[in-house]
Write a protein that binds this ligand. Structure first.
Ligand code: DOR
Length: 380
């Protein structure tokens, strides 16, 4: 497929309009004036609920939803039922994922059952296909266990992803800062260990990570579109639809995240896509649908295009050791639409952005020469 007059997102930002040939079976050449071509985005943090909670999401519905949101590769967390803590289950999931239209990789648990006590077999999980280890959703490890986990993961060549919250301290900002402090101390004492802090939400955590990076610790960090776009002020209006963990924070926290992203202290944007059914959400379940709103929410932040590329394309891949593999998205940055969860491909309709007018939409997603999705755009 030949695209004319398309602007290409790359490490140096957006190119001037140019002509690009894309490997795409059967897709007709087109004038792409006004559109942006980007390597597909990689989402480091998704909950696909498979196995165990298939009414919330499955590998298939999650992958389709991600493709509609502009992700050509997503990374699924281990808090399923059963938990992904054994190589046999992981191998089964990896085999099923091979048939999906986009890349789906898996994170395996750090501790059996996410219970924070006995370690999983990092080396065996790596051989079965894990790209990282995380107890995401929980954080029950004490300092000694965390250190042992970092050691085993380093030997297996895997990063450890941390849901930074000391559970007995609750969900306040101090809890996040205490967990980040502990994790940074632990990683400092384990040569070669790689630590990644998930969904950073507070100014305090940003400062700790900034200092650690200055001291050349091997630490990376992600922030979610919702923590970058929303604050505690939105929670009042959202009611149960505002419940997420970590919670939406203050304006100061949000602004610190935005600055940290621009500076590269926060490496990556990751959705924490957490689909829930209506009943669970009404009963207080934490989490937001992430895939299908992420791109316009992130584009609405007004980031420098080089930062956009780094945070959504480049750093997420580096963190889990993947390269860009013939995967593309075509974006209409000017397309406006009103968010309606019922139109999502995901089973999770639980969006905090319902009713909002967003700007930016995926026109086409391509993976390995196949058109995975194409949206017929209505132009005014
Ligand atoms: O809001 C959240 N939802 N935070 C988490 O840490 C877990 C996630 C989930 O699995 O629903």
């Amino acid at each position: 497929m030949q695209l004319q007059n398309v602007r290409v997102l790359g490490p140096a930002g957006l190119s001037p309009p140019t002509s690009v040939a894309i490997n795409a079976a059967g897709a007709a050449d087109r004038d792409a004036s006004g559109l942006i071509l980007s390597p597909g985005w990689l989402d480091l943090h998704a909950h696909l609920r498979d196995p165990g909670f298939l009414h919330k999401e499955t590998l298939q519905t999650g992958a389709t939803s991600a493709a509609f949101g502009g992700f050509t590769h997503i990374v699924a967390m281990a808090n399923t039922d059963p938990v992904i803590d054994r190589p046999e289950l992981l191998r089964e999931l990896v085999a099923r994922a091979a048939a999906l239209p986009i890349g789906v990789s898996f994170v395996a648990a750090v501790t059996m059952g996410l219970e924070g006590r006995s370690l999983t077999d990092a080396a065996a999980l790596r051989r079965a296909g894990a790209v990282a280890l995380s107890d995401d959703g929980r954080h029950l490890m004490d300092q000694a266990t965390l250190r042992r986990a970092l050691t085993a993961a380093a030997e297996a060549g895997l990063p450890v992803l941390i849901h930074a919250q000391i559970e007995r301290l609750g969900k306040g900002p101090e809890s996040e800062a205490a967990a980040v402090t502990q994790a940074l101390e632990a990683v400092e004492s384990v040569p070669g260990a790689r630590l990644h802090i998930q969904h950073v939400s507070t100014h305090a955590a940003v400062e700790l990570i900034r200092t650690a990076k200055r001291h050349r610790l091997l630490v990376t960090a992600e922030a979610t579109p919702h923590h970058l776009a929303l604050t505690a002020q939105d929670v009042t209006a959202l009611g149960p639809h505002g419940a997420v963990n970590p919670p939406l924070r203050s304006v100061d926290d949000r602004d610190a995240l935005r600055l940290a992203l621009a500076e590269g202290v926060i490496d990556a944007i990751a959705t924490d896509h957490a689909p829930h059914d209506v009943g669970a959400k009404a009963a207080g379940a934490n989490g937001f649908h992430g895939f299908e709103t992420a791109l316009p929410v992130v584009m609405g932040l007004g980031l420098d295009e080089r930062v956009l590329y780094r945070a959504c394309v480049e750093r997420p891949r580096e963190i889990i050791g993947q390269s860009i593999d013939d995967e593309w998205i075509l974006i209409d940055p000017a397309a406006e639409w009103i968010v309606d969860g019922s139109s999502f491909k995901s089973r999770g309709k639980n969006t905090p952005f319902a009713g909002r007018r967003l700007r930016g939409r995926i026109v086409m997603t391509l993976c390995h020469g196949q058109v995975v999705m194409e949206r017929v755009m209505q132009h005014a």
